[in-house]
Design a protein around this ligand. Sequence first.
Ligand SMILES: C[S@@+](CC[C@H](N)C(=O)[O-])C[C@H]1O[C@@H](n2cnc3c(N)ncnc32)[C@H](O)[C@@H]1O
Length: 367
Amino acid sequence: MHVICLRCRLSRTFIKFGIFRKYSWGVDQTGEIKVESLQRQCSGGVERQPLKKQISKIVLSQFDQQYPKELGDLWESIRSVLLCPNSWQYAVLLNRFNVSLDLKKCLCSKGYVPLQSTISGHQKNPLECFVSKTFSRFPSQKHHPGVLKQYYLLGAASVLPVLALEPQNGDRILDMCSAPGGKSIAIMQAALPGHLHCNDQNSCRVKRLKETLESFIPSCFNDAVTVSNLDGRCFGAEETFDKVLVDAPCSNDRSWLFSRDAQTHIRQRWHLPTLQIQLLRSAINSVRPGGTVVYSTCTLSRAENENVVATVLSSCDKVELIDLNSLIASMSVHFCYAPGLHIGHLIIPENSRPWGPMYVAKLKKLH
Ligand SMILES: C[S@@+](CC[C@H](N)C(=O)[O-])C[C@H]1O[C@@H](n2cnc3c(N)ncnc32)[C@H](O)[C@@H]1O
């Protein structure tokens, strides 16, 4: 495809070409993938400066082989959003332990709207997360020991697994794969659990997790919020928890596409479903009868989503699937869902709703 910039008259031949907001991407004849700012292409029309983020060709080619088979034509549009740096947007999750009215006013003046109350009319929990329809980035807040932050930046789709968990005051909750802590923070915004246990196997990430918790949760909750550095597969000797969130290690499509460690990721990828099944089984073993488990990932991969939950459901007669349809419907203003799933729900990125991927499914332990 021959593309000519109307402003600077530069031309270039691409075999594939796409535009997303202020960015263009193209694959040229050598197979090189370029993601460029339209503004930079047009500024003076001389130098083309590629953005710092480099797309991993190995990961992209893996996805190009797998996802058209699973998602059909949808993959082409999801792909163009994922490859566009402008689609990396962040929602602003307010910290109810350090409320600022000025911050809310500032968000509203910049066109942010609340994720929850705009849809349902009434809100079931105090979690306040703001999203913008236009591309905008709020600065992140630096960590200062002993000072509570006012907000946490995260992909808006990350809030969905927490809402699916329906945390209630007094609940005993396990966040099994918790680092760096985004969903633990969101749980604490939605309710005040009697006990929130945050676990992660990776010790470096646990350090970050502790820092995050310290920055968002007042020290008076220190006894209610505990942290461990364990393999999640070791939980389950006792039916201790009311609710467990398994935000599983996964292919993390969005960040793998720009990863410098693609080879390692691809090697590990094929082991993930086995690990995910083991983590989900461990979660089921660790909830009391009547308790619930939410399973989530940030990949489109069927092997890591529907197939994992289907395997556990078919091999365990003490769990049933919980319907999330009303929650999913209430969020459709902000999220686009993949059609045709039978077990869970998959948020897929699209131009006007760039959040995701995020898969979520909920199970209940019967006895
Ligand atoms: C998707 S990330 C979790 C993100 C986190 N829930 C949040 O919202 O910030 C998956 C996490 O699983 C952890 N992990 C990987 N294998 C694990 C295991 N066997 N047991 C527990 N955690 C594990 C990784 O270290 C990683 O931090």
